[in-house]
Design a protein. Structure first.
Length: 302
């Protein structure tokens, strides 16, 4: 065998150095660019993200509300689930709950000739635009005109139930006068109905069971006397149950009001598979087959 001379050894060293200077190549990926972090730095490379569709209960909209009261408590303060404790509702006098007659959660508030109230300015002085909704069930069988909810005394609004023709009324107040819209639809005694007001700058809109019942252009003053309450603080008391009440400082869309009626503000009555509703809660029963939002998975009201 011929011995290698100095020039042969130098050549081998140069080859080794050249190989060490080359980028590492592995068999991972079509460009053999490697699987580690360096792979993301290949010129012309792309990053792919995958959105996993929502499968399960529709999202909760509680955080989008000005206030949301589930009204499950056995007695005492009714907590604002949105989290602002100043908007908790206080009993005007002692009341219980009803774990049998309810529409959401574990119970409804049993309101017999008393009320629930807050003096928080966001509700007591609430001015347009806004939306307020509640499940109500009247049980007395008499009483004339009773308050479901209202704010202010000389300004603001009142949503009332007239026990004689069993109609609902939206009353808008200013310092000078009041103006009322009365429903043509009736609500039977001992039956839950989802009722509410959507107020724009000029118009009061009545919703019953997820559906727009009627509307009227009405003047409305800026309430300053408060408080906001379910039932009444002084007279025209409601008698029966309230469940899941919400208020928003937005004029919610028809579809959003339908979803709150059908699924609950927490979304727990409905399920989604991506944008599609795989179950629609009370939509086809208590909520009149109202039109739900196009996207079941919408995280905030459309």
């Amino acid at each position: 065998m011929r011995a290698r001379g100095p020039s042969a050894g130098l050549a081998l060293l140069l080859l080794a150095a050249s190989a060490a200077a080359q980028p590492s190549r592995s068999g991972c990926g079509p460009t053999a660019a490697g699987c580690g972090p360096g792979a993301a730095r290949v010129p012309g490379g792309t990053v792919t993200t995958t959105t996993v569709p929502l499968v399960g209960p529709s999202p909760s909209w509680v955080s989008s509300m000005t206030a949301a009261w589930m009204l499950d408590e056995a007695s005492g303060t009714r907590v604002n689930a949105q989290g602002t404790t100043a908007r908790n509702l206080t009993e005007c006098s002692a009341m219980a709950n009803n774990t049998t007659q309810k529409m959401e959660g574990t119970a409804a508030a049993e309101v017999n000739n008393t009320c629930l109230a807050t003096s928080d300015a966001a509700l007591a002085n609430m001015s347009p635009p806004f939306t307020c909704l509640v499940w109500m069930r009247y049980t007395d069988g008499a009483g004339g005109m009773v308050h479901v909810m209202e704010n202010g005394f000389t300004d603001g609004f009142a949503l009332d139930y007239n026990t004689t023709p069993r109609t609902l009324a939206l009353t808008s107040r200013t310092a000078a006068a009041t103006d009322t819209y009365t429903s043509t639809l009736t609500v039977a005694f001992n039956t839950f109905a989802h009722v509410g007001i959507r107020r724009t700058a000029t118009t009061s809109v009545l919703f019953v069971n997820g559906v727009l019942e009627g509307q009227k252009v009405q003047p409305m003053g800026a309430p300053a006397s408060g408080p906001f309450h379910l039932s009444s603080t002084t007279n025209a008391f409601f008698a029966g149950e309230f469940d899941e009440a919400v208020c928003s400082n937005v004029a919610l869309s028809d579809a959003a009001i339908c979803r709150i009626c059908s699924c609950g503000v927490r979304g727990e009555q409905c399920t989604c598979n991506g944008a599609a509703f795989t179950s629609s809660g009370r939509n086809a029963t208590a909520c009149g087959s109202c039109t739900l939002p196009a996207d079941c998975a919408a995280a905030t009201p459309p």
